[in-house]
Design a protein around this ligand. Structure first.
Ligand code: EPU
Length: 423
């Protein structure tokens, strides 16, 4: 994945979808495990690493600091032994909010780090106060100015406890990575326990840290001698869910391979309530053509609740469900923008406020020229285009490339009529 040229997708809808599609590795684990590898001397081999823009950005940041990377298909080999104690490139950091997870490993390894202040984004203001409070609890000095945040330790961190008043995925991960390098025990209360967090923990345990997850309490006994390892990243549950919803919305019969159905429990219980038929095995999910889909209510929550990252594809599916559905986004401030794009396609939606909407269905959609506002919204509009009558044009395709590898090539193999056009 090299170019980041602006592109759009052109989709001709109502082609039947079916066959088999494979889920690739988790974006939100790959980025954190690459960041955590800062603490490991020697060669780390990661398997099932998706070739997507966000992973490429994390690699570019660390390459600029002296990291060595080579990729063969989905296997990434990295050696961060000779990383220089310089700050990550602020221009690259600004391009990806997830680069905040470099604070934990760089602070642990070099005792100081400075990153640009992350700005807001389309799905909400996304401040970093939970990260700042956690590192202050651990004894870090933090100097914030208009442009950046400088973190440093004047003396070595002591045994510490971090209590999150509100859960944050990347703030929990930042502390876990930092703590995996500390000789004293760190305890985190009210931590995020998303499958991606647990996968990061498994990686750090295999590298030599002792970590126990007791509900939302995580106890970490780290070591400064983390060992090189070979690790396979979990399948991307959000990509898996996107394909499952795509199959259900298009009334296809689709076998989705290489996923972990245990990570999709909240989605599958909704499918059951909606009358969507499926079969699941150890690592597959087969979605069956279900002509009648029933309305339901969706309220997003931290894992194991209904994931915010699946809220937008689900909102699209609800336009095809019989009856009135209520949708409530409880994690992000402003993640319903895609509903305006779906309205341009004919969807009947009453937007109550920036977090709540009522969706009426079933409504046939028609093609339109629409904007992929962010990654998940973009994937949702692709599903919209696939089930709409006529031609749909989705601008800002590169938002989708952040998290879905070669999406058009993979969808063509299951019957989609989708083309990427460079602009
Ligand atoms: N928040 C604060 N202060 C903080 C941190 C977060 O107010 O210091 C707020 C956020 O603004 C948001 C809520 O808390 O409203 C939850 O944010 P969290 O920190 O849990 O989200 P994140 O760590 O920034 C990760 C994923 C997101 C996913 C969320 C929730 C990565 C790189 N990103 O973000 O994934 O939606 O957790 O599960 O892991 C995506 O993949 O498209 C994506 C946005």
């Amino acid at each position: 994945m090299k170019s980041q040229q602006t592109a759009k997708f052109i989709i001709h809808g109502l082609n039947p979808l079916g066959g088999e599609i494979e889920v690739y590795g988790s974006k939100n684990t790959a980025i954190k495990i690459i960041a955590a590898s800062v603490l490991i001397p020697g060669q780390v081999i990661l398997n099932n690493v998706p070739d997507i823009l966000d992973v490429q950005k994390m690699i570019s940041i660390l390459e600029k600091m002296g990291g060595i990377f080579s990729r063969q298909d989905h296997q990434l080999t990295l050696d961060l032994t000779d990383l220089r104690p310089i700050d990550p490139d602020p221009d690259l950091v600004r391009q990806m909010r997830a680069s905040i997870v470099l604070v934990g490993p760089l602070l642990a390894r070099f005792g100081k780090v400075s990153i640009p202040h992350p700005g807001g984004c389309l799905i909400g203001p996304r401040p970093i106060d939970r990260h700042l409070k956690a590192f202050r609890d651990l004894g870090a000095e933090i100097i914030e100015n208009q442009h950046n945040c400088q973190f440093k330790f004047s003396q070595s961190p002591q045994a510490k406890k971090v209590i999150f008043n509100k859960i944050s995925v990347t703030a929990s991960e930042n502390v876990i990575i930092f703590a995996a390098f500390q000789k004293q025990k760190t305890i985190i209360e009210n931590a995020a326990i998303e499958p991606e967090v647990i996968d990061l923990i498994e990686f750090l345990k295999l590298a030599g840290a002792k970590i126990q997850v007791l509900g939302r309490r995580i106890e970490i006994l780290g070591t400064q001698q983390l060992k090189p390892l070979n690790y396979k990243i979990i399948p991307d549950r959000i990509e898996a869910a996107t394909f499952a919803i795509m199959a259900a919305a298009s009334r296809g019969n689709l076998n989705i391979k290489h996923l972990n159905p245990d990570h999709l429990t909240s989605l599958l219980s909704k499918f059951q309530a909606m009358g969507i038929k499926f079969e699941k095995g150890k690592d597959f999910l087969y979605i069956k053509n279900s002509p009648k889909i029933l309305a339901t209510n969706i309220f997003t929550a931290e894992y194991p609740g209904f994931p915010t990252d699946i809220q937008s594809p689900m909102g699209l599916l609800l336009t095809q469900a019989e009856g009135k559905s209520r949708l409530k986004e409880n994690i992000f401030e402003n993640r319903l923008g895609y509903l305006l794009e779906l309205q341009k396609m004919g969807a009947k939606i009453k937007i109550i406020n920036s977090k709540e909407a009522i969706i009426f269905g079933p409504t046939p959609l028609h093609g339109a020229k629409i904007n992929s506002l962010d990654l998940r919204a973009g994937a949702t509009l692709i599903i919209g285009g696939l089930i709409a009558k006529g031609k749909t044009e989705i601008l800002q395709a590169e938002n989708i490339d952040r998290g879905y590898e070669k999406i058009e090539e993979r969808l063509k193999k299951i019957g989609a009529r989708i083309e990427r056009v460079l602009i």
